[in-house]
Design a binder for this molecule. Structure first.
Ligand SMILES: [Zn+2]
Length: 275
């Protein structure tokens, strides 16, 4: 069933678990993540990137699939960077938008997020924003609890992505998370907290973060590598010069790899059985 992040994350915060938000690249890994959620009886959040996906076409397709699912499914436009991206997401039938203005100065970030939140809420959608900055490398700017509280109160967002030491993409070493800061944010900020850059952060780190107030965990890179590894293993198992339907199994193997990573994160986040 369709659900927005407000519905999904309010329950997660109240019962102290986390819900995985999974990076979607195409129909194959969307269906793989959906199957994992249905088998695990877990709510799930599907992340769509503007530019990577044709959001008008794909958004409408994803909405139909989500509506038929037996578990709560949110489809969110991840890191919408322009005003237009949010408007397109509304037209495409997304349940939520993530408005990323984290590179802007605090006041400007707040003003732009506030405007889009008003629009999204009028459409029955949830909104996530980001404060501090989760970088593509090591240059994250940590979130300040006092600012985070004011930001949430003024903008009315439903969830807040915080910077506590993770980064997007792949790491050279396992990152060091700021757990004391996370605890302080959890006690200060009135809405569910989100952690971006879950891939490669380490299961122990993530489990701990999920038990300390992170209610939405974004994972993308690991889904892709899981899919590719699954396909590689399959390809290596084939005899040389094979003649069969094997090429068609490619898609299935990619899906199996992504599904396993998705299912693993549902267990890790504690969302298994919470649908
Ligand atoms: Zn992100």
């Amino acid at each position: 069933m369709l659900a927005n992040i407000k519905d999904i994350l309010t329950k997660a915060k109240a019962e102290n678990y986390c819900v995985p938000a999974l990076g979607i690249g195409n129909e194959i890994n969307f269906m793989a993540c959906l199957q994992a959620a249905e088998e695990k009886r877990s709510p799930v959040i599907m992340l769509f990137m503007y530019g990577k996906n044709d959001i008008m076409r794909f958004g409408k397709w994803a909405r139909e699939q989500a509506a038929q699912a037996s578990v709560p499914v949110s489809i969110i436009l991840d890191h919408g960077a322009e005003y237009e991206h949010a408007i397109w997401a509304i037209h495409a039938g997304f349940t939520d938008i993530m408005v990323d203005r984290s590179k802007l100065p605090f006041e400007e970030n707040m003003a732009q997020v506030k405007e889009l939140t008003k629009i999204a809420h009028a459409c029955g959608m949830g909104v996530e924003a980001e404060l501090g900055h989760v970088a593509m490398g090591d240059e994250s700017v940590f979130t300040r609890p006092d600012e985070a509280k004011r930001f949430v109160e003024e903008t009315g967002v439903d969830a807040l992505a915080v910077a506590i030491g993770t980064a997007h993409g792949a790491y050279k070493d396992t990152p060091k998370l700021q757990f004391e800061l996370l605890e302080e944010l959890r006690d200060t900020v009135p809405v569910p907290l989100v952690l971006h850059g879950g891939s490669g952060t380490g299961d122990e780190n993530l489990k701990k973060a999920c038990s300390m107030g992170i209610n939405k965990l974004n994972v993308a890179y690991e889904l892709y590598t899981g899919a590719i590894d699954s396909y590689k293993n399959y390809k290596e198992s084939l005899p040389e010069n094979f003649r069969s339907w094997a090429p068609y199994d490619l898609y299935e193997k990619l899906g199996e790899g992504a599904k396993a990573v998705a299912a693993h994160h549902m267990d890790l986040c504690g969302s298994t059985g919470k649908a």
